[in-house]
Write a protein that binds this ligand. Structure first.
Ligand code: SF4
Length: 283
């Protein structure tokens, strides 16, 4: 059979960030001991990895189910949780296995301190995202969350605000927003709280994406940083394709003798990128 002779390389900076590695290691340890473990929300925004852990006994539950659950261990994933979850755990005698990422915990603390000092808090983040719910909880849900500058009625904003960001947002957009607010005469106490695992990868991916004829970006569709980083690649290399698993790749995307780069989000497992490479090598 005629083969396309593709040169395929996986980006060695892609794959899980340390926050996700930590949560998954904790889950796997308890799964080995106990055979099952409840986890509040998807442990990682990647269906393939969630399915792998579900097969090992991980039971994903939502908050409504947590109200009914008693006397069990429950894993808190890297995104963190609001204080109300910890209070509920005490009430229901639940043991929380807290895998909240240290970067998120630090941000929660900073927001809590600002709130205790009566600052007017604005959070650039995705409405309803688990991390954002945890951040909002530090302020008794008083902070304003916005995911696009167009949601803010700039002439009516307070003269002075404290600005934070969800850890996985785009650095460029965050600073654009910051500039617009300042240009409109608002005093902004700016806190760039974007995780360096995301912002550094942003820079590395720009270099990586330029080096190949084609880029295959591997990510779950629910991953926030997956969207941000896919756009970074697409911006640098128009021939960038988004896939969530190896079956979605089409042979027609590649011409003979092309170079193909594979990369992904902080929630994309290395084994999945390896499966993607194996499949491309069959073309
Ligand atoms: S992206 Fe950063 S903040 Fe989010 S889980 Fe990973 S290390 Fe933690």
């Amino acid at each position: 059979m005629f083969m396309k002779n593709l040169q395929v390389q996986i980006d060695n900076h892609s794959g899980f960030c340390f926050g996700v590695v930590y949560a998954i290691e904790m889950a796997e340890e308890i799964l080995e001991e106990q055979g099952y473990l409840f986890c509040l929300g998807d442990i990682v925004h990647n269906d393939e990895e969630v399915n792998r852990l579900t097969r090992k006994g991980l039971k994903i539950i939502e908050h409504e189910e947590l109200y009914r659950l008693k006397d069990e261990k429950v894993l808190i994933r890297a995104h963190g949780e609001p204080p109300s979850t910890y209070q509920l755990a005490i009430k229901n005698n639940l043991t929380l296995i807290d895998a909240s990422c240290p970067v998120v915990l630090k941000l929660q603390n900073r927001i809590k301190n600002s709130f205790d000092k009566d600052e007017t808090i604005y959070i650039y983040g995705k409405h309803g995202h688990a991390e954002v719910i945890g951040l909002l909880g530090q302020t008794n849900n008083k902070a304003v969350v916005f995911q696009d500058i167009s949601e803010l009625n700039i002439p009516n904003l307070p003269k002075s605000i404290t600005l934070y960001s969800q850890t996985t947002k785009s650095t460029d957009k965050f600073y654009e927003i910051n500039d617009i607010l300042r240009q409109n005469g608002i005093t902004v106490n700016t806190n760039d709280t974007i995780c360096r695992q995301v912002s550094n990868r942003d820079k590395e991916l720009r270099d990586f994406a330029e080096k190949f004829d084609k880029i295959v970006f591997v990510s779950g569709t629910k991953s926030s940083n997956g969207k941000v980083l896919y756009n970074v690649c697409k911006d640098k290399n128009q021939n960038t394709y988004f896939v969530s698993n190896a079956e979605q790749i089409e042979s027609d995307w590649f011409n003979p003798n092309e170079t193909v780069g594979i990369c992904g989000a902080t929630s994309t497992p290395m084994w999945l990128m390896e499966q993607v490479r194996e499949r491309i090598l069959t073309f």
